[in-house]
Design a binder for this molecule. Structure first.
Ligand SMILES: [Zn+2]
Length: 113
């Protein structure tokens, strides 16, 4: 994931502010783009220290910290939403099967539905 960094530069002449410019630089997360990002995510979830992850995967502690707080929580939330949706779909399928079984039983007994 990319995190935009926004710099606001103020240029002043004779002590008065006269011009502002905004410079937006997109910085790539070195953890998100790391080949072992899934392993790093798992290590973070398991509570491995930033220092150990940094040493093991060759990324800075600050990058690991930033990734955990800016990107990992979003990933976990999205994966949980997908998991909840899949569970809900499974529940709907189960209910559909139960309803069909009930309808079949009613028809066997010649009960109008
Ligand atoms: Zn990241």
């Amino acid at each position: 994931m990319n995190s935009p960094i926004i710099f606001l530069f103020s240029f002043s002449y004779n002590g008065t502010m006269c011009h502002n410019e905004v410079l937006i630089i997109t910085q790539r997360c070195t953890v998100c783009t790391h080949e072992f990002v899934k392993d790093i995510d798992n290590a973070l979830i398991e509570g491995v220290s930033f220092r150990n992850i940094s040493a093991q995967y060759g990324v800075s502690k600050s990058s690991v910290y930033r990734h955990k707080h800016s990107h990992l929580s979003q990933k976990i939330t999205k994966e949980k939403e997908i998991s909840d949706f899949n569970n809900l779909c499974g529940d709907v399928e189960s209910l559909k099967t139960i309803c069909n079984d009930i309808l079949d039983e009613l028809r066997k007994r010649n009960i109008e539905v």
